[in-house]
Design a protein around this ligand. Sequence first.
Ligand SMILES: Cc1cc2nc3c(=O)[nH]c(=O)nc-3n(C[C@H](O)[C@H](O)[C@H](O)COP(=O)(O)OP(=O)(O)OC[C@H]3O[C@@H](n4cnc5c(N)ncnc54)[C@H](O)[C@@H]3O)c2cc1C
Length: 416
Amino acid sequence: MGYSALSILKNGLRGNRHWQAAWRDPAPKPAYDVVIVGGGGHGLATAYYLARTFGLRKVAVLEKGWLGSGNIGRNTTIIRSNYLLPGNNPFYEFSMKLWEGLEQDFNYNAMVSQRGVLNLFHSDAQRDSYTRRGNAMRLHGVDAELLDAKAVREKLPFLGFDDARFPIKGGLLQPRGGTVRHDAVAWGYARGADALGVDVIQNCEVTAIRRRNGLVTGVETTRGFIGAGKLALATAGHSSATAAMADMVLPLESHVLQAFVTEGLKPFIDCVVTFGAGHFYVSQSDKGGLVFGGDIDGYNSYAQRGNLATVEHVAEAGVAMIPGLSRVRVLRSWGGVMDMSMDGSPIIDRTPIDNLFLNAGWCYGGFKATPASGYCFAHLIARGEPHETARAFRLDRFRRGLTIDEKGQGAQPNLH
Ligand SMILES: Cc1cc2nc3c(=O)[nH]c(=O)nc-3n(C[C@H](O)[C@H](O)[C@H](O)COP(=O)(O)OP(=O)(O)OC[C@H]3O[C@@H](n4cnc5c(N)ncnc54)[C@H](O)[C@@H]3O)c2cc1C
């Protein structure tokens, strides 16, 4: 069923009794050409592009919980393509371009809002490094503007400029960055994939990977065995656990990341702002709540909740950037499990098992990558070759010394 102004009108006139379910609730079939493990943003996007762009229809997505129960429904919804390194920049810009046409493409309102992403800088050295990043972006055709302190003050007068602990010297703005309604992304891809014949199967946990003669034959699940011609892992924070089912040890650690939302306020932040002297980022939702987050909790965990020390740490950074934040009430906080890689960059690659494919290592930046990740993973699965923008995201890059360390912080996952 297509969504349009006309269908809203027609259904409204008929008492809204004839809307169909957005996607089916199919029972698992005995086998599929491609089985994707993980019904988060990346798994669903992969299924969608496999069917839509690469013509594969015998595809299933297996999700152990309900759609959106993982990080796709827990993130702070920020999208951007303001990257420095050649391994990252074209990929994230490809993702941004897909975001720009996504709602028309999958016929679903994902509330893509290109309200701008502003990274503040607080020292001359930081200005130099942000200028360099902005120049790299422009060389790749990505939009970037360097704002001085006066321009930032005109745009966001409520930031801590006077007597600030970390004086703001300016900011790097990507006007095309912004936010997207995260649940709607999962729902839109699920609905789009379902309409193309993909079976999206919820409450179906993969418990083992079966192999014969060095190839995957299928997966054991809580709903029985399902055969797979090709198996694709897109399990984000649980990537190490699912890869271990095929005796693989990944260069990943799982860490918790928390996010917060405040009571609704009148609109006053019209873009995404990030602090340069600590880890803090904030935007304002359409309901008026300030949505913000900061550092990961810093210890390995599969618990989808964080601890109070990090809440305090994030709040300190927030108040240092926006002093008035100290008077706002926080309504909720939650956590998600991040698949932190050793260089902070993702993996979209084949594995030593020929028909097993891996999509992982998204750290806390994987939401913005959802469309390109799905597209590039589908390309790899369907054609056996990496997409041109995702060639650098190889599993063996750590062994070969070809890491993609955007922040230049070294091989320590909790710093990325
Ligand atoms: C608090 C927070 C804030 C964030 N903010 C941002 C942001 O602003 N911008 C940004 O770009 N990124 C952000 N991220 C990161 C982003 O959300 C993730 O990198 C991305 O969502 C991960 O990909 P996914 O959507 O496929 O993951 P998920 O939604 O976690 O999908 C993985 C799925 O695999 C399923 N699964 C796991 N094991 C099995 C199994 N054995 N069998 C079947 N299914 C299984 C899980 O249930 C889960 O649904 C944030 C993350 C968090 C937690």
